[in-house]
Design a protein around this ligand. Sequence first.
Ligand code: PEP
Ligand code: MN
Length: 348
Amino acid sequence: MMIIMQPGATQAQIDHVIEHVEGRHLSPHAIVGVEQTIIGAVGESHSVPTSVFETLPGVLSVTRISQPYKLASRQFHPENSVFPLDGFTIGGLEIPIIAGPCSVESRTQIIETAQAVREAGANALRGGVFKPRTSPYAFQGMGEEGLEYMAEARALTGLPIVAEIMAVSQVPVMVKYVDVLQIGARNMQNFNLLRAVGDTRTPVLLKRGMSATVEDLLMAAEYILAGGNERVMLCERGIRTFETATRNTTDINAVPVLKSLTHLPVVLDPSHSTGHFNFVAAVAKAAVAAGADGLIVEVHPDPAHAMSDGIQSLTPENFAKMVRQVKAVAEAVDRRLVTPLPLGEGQG
Ligand code: PEP
Ligand code: MN
């Protein structure tokens, strides 16, 4: 439930309410606004009558959050969550673009790609080092060696790095290197992993499972938020439908639907959602037009020889073209792309 404090409620009154929340074995999550403080009381709250809190000094009103997800809901947190990601913010007016290869394949490949995407306007670098592959015989990623190359690429370009975490045991090594932990579609409901990243304070990009509903995605985000990690971005990456013309079906509806249900930033991945480089720019533009707060796009210097997802990877030239078009769409919907670092800065 949500305990809305009166405007001007004192800190002592707020602390008193928090004590009562804890006394009922609920966990308090306070949102301190300029005008008003709201205290979320999360847990098994259905058996606790609202009057327990309504009668406390400084309390204006108490309402129950109707959705099963609480901390993720817009009802609990009416303003968009805006948070910093090393040099820029996500969730506000400005739209960042994350780009890079599906997998880190070598030191040269990731550094070359980082420089190319930065030049084309990317704000962060992606690259998988622990790869969830359908076949156990397919390339599984470079592991920690790949993270070292990613870190080197970050030092050279100034781009923060995003990489997928596949297991709880990878938390220590991943938080040592990456700026954003990606949870892949296949792990969206790996609840142990969600709890483990919820215990870190590293931002998380949570991808929608291929057969997950919007509510499943928000419940997965709730696990991370409940651990106290508030920096969660949701990612629509296409869902499985009867359609076979594309690898997945981009659920473009999910963008405005999520924006209405949650305060968390919404990112779209047009690479996995289409599965073909020819369709990536069109869907990237649609995503920004629909209200997405960010994009994550696969780019490879030589897609024909990529070790994974080559067919859906853009060349740096095609990526640069996509960025120019997306920029125009962003401006048409009263947003703008994050200004890339001036070339030369953050390098060397
Ligand atoms: C990826 O980003 O390379 C990836 C494996 O994505 P997803 O989890 O969306 O399939
Ligand atoms: Mn991929």
